[in-house]
Write a protein that binds this ligand. Structure first.
Ligand SMILES: Cc1ncc(COP(=O)(O)O)c(C=O)c1O
Length: 431
């Protein structure tokens, strides 16, 4: 056993995982990572959908190094620091309508917590509505609004004042062939939830514009417009959790842009700084004004190196049109995967936006989740030198979320490996 793996066993807490993938990553570039033995892997998971501009993107690294030589930390909320100001200005330009003031934290869950706190301070209300199958992070507040027992087990009871509405999971809804009806009904259900499951004191509704951990669930095109009507009737804010779907991943800078509505609070992390730890929530000035002295802070929030990296990352995305690239390559990949679906009953559904793609595996016509099959596909892909994620509320969705700089040839290689993995898994045991 390698020294690194042994030290993980002895000194790193990992009991919350079935296992850690038994490879030791040494370095990475673009869409590939290389282990300590020199074996190269094609990375179709991007560090859980983080390195959208590619591993060790030269522009991002150069900006970070330049900043690192000048200033690493001096508490960005106690003093003024240039990269924080520049990045906040940039976010104000790219965020959906009117969101112009940002708070910076370090990770997704921290930003979610801050967004919930600010929503309560601004509205003076205390409850939240979230969705079944949602995931918003591992801190207690974030888990309280997470709609998945798999993530919540052994941590309860959770915060009171949170009600859940059905997810627009078209494929497993009553309307698998009518997404618009699914969108309408799921939005209407939020009205019922407000009326029957809350005290009428709802500060905000929170949703992921594309639900990542829930299994790459893409809400129908009408969903958020219908939802917004309900929210407006009740004076409820809309928090868009774009931690996973943001920063060009889905073919737009933010996935909510597909839906013709504007959130009141936009939460981001993961892809914001191409792997440097950073998160943010961005709001309208009047919402930001709800914070009063003493209400909030983060020692490491707005780290100058992360902010400099983020700015270079976003500029790279704009210059190289990464949203356009994600759309083009995503449509190409989903087309190929749908062709594969025609010959392969293991594939229940191929869905996604841009390069946020999920392939839901099923065992039979009753859509029994192919959970073991998804794990077997991931293991086969690993043996073939391709990294993918597995997720979904049943653990049966293979997730393709590669760096958006992946080449068409690399994508073809990943898709061929996936086809081979499926045939391997479809073989009866012992064949
Ligand atoms: C939609 C969403 N929100 C929040 C989080 C939590 O982010 P972090 O792991 O950085 O705390 C995640 C992480 O996967 C996520 O996908």
């Amino acid at each position: 056993m390698s020294d690194t793996i042994q030290k993980y066993k002895d000194y790193v807490m990992t009991g919350f995982l079935k296992s850690v993938v038994p490879i030791v990553i040494d370095h990475a570039s673009g869409a590939t990572v290389t282990d300590v033995n020199g074996r190269e892997y094609l990375d179709c998971f991007a560090g859980i959908s983080v390195v959208n501009a590619g591993h060790c993107n030269p522009q991002v690294i150069a900006a970070a190094k330049k900043q690192m030589d000048k200033l690493v930390h001096c508490a960005s909320y106690i003093y003024h620091v240039q990269p924080v100001a520049d990045l906040a200005e940039k976010l104000a330009h790219i965020a959906p309508g009117g969101l112009s003031k940002t708070f910076f934290g370090n990770g997704g869950a921290e930003a979610i917590e801050g967004a919930l706190k600010l929503a309560r301070l601004y509205t003076g209300k205390h409850e939240f509505i979230s969705l079944h199958a949602s995931f918003h992070g591992r801190s207690w507040g974030a888990l309280s609004i997470t709609g998945n027992q798999g993530r919540k087990k052994r941590g309860g009871p959770y915060a009171p004042g949170i009600a859940f509405a059905p997810a627009p999971y078209v494929y497993r809804s009553q309307w698998p062939d009518d997404p618009e009806e699914c969108g309408r009904q799921c939005a209407k259900a939020i009205d019922d939830v407000v009326r029957f499951a809350t005290a009428g004191d709802v500060a905000a509704f929170i949703a992921e514009p594309v639900m990542g951990e829930g299994g790459i669930l893409v809400p129908p095109g009408n969903y958020f417009k219908e939802v917004k009507k309900v929210l407006d009737q009740h004076g409820i804010l809309f928090i868009a959790d774009e931690v996973q779907s943001g920063f060009a991943r889905t073919g737009k800078m933010f996935a909510i842009e597909y839906y013709g509505v504007e959130p009141d609070i936009l939460v981001t992390a993961k892809g914001i700084a191409d792997g440097f730890p950073l998160s943010a929530y961005t709001v309208r000035p009047e919402i930001a004004a709800a914070y009063k002295p003493g209400d909030h802070l983060s020692t490491f929030g707005g780290n100058p190196v992360s902010c400099a990296a983020a700015l270079a990352n976003i500029e790279f995305m704009e210059k190289e049109n990464l949203p356009g690239r994600a759309t083009e390559l995503g449509n190409y990949a989903m087309g190929k995967l749908r062709d594969l679906q025609k010959q392969n009953p293991l594939i229940g559904e191929v869905r996604g936006l841009g390069l946020m793609i999920g392939v839901e595996l099923i065992k039979d016509e009753k859509k029994t989740p192919g959970t073991a099959e998804a794990e077997a596909v991931r293991d086969s892909l690993l043996r073939q030198g391709v990294l993918v994620g597995v997720g979904g509320i049943y653990g049966n969705v293979v997730r393709f979320q590669p760096p958006l700089v992946i080449s068409k040839e690399q994508l073809d290689r990943a898709l061929a490996a996936f086809a081979a993995a499926l045939s391997e898994v479809a073989q009866p045991v012992g064949a």
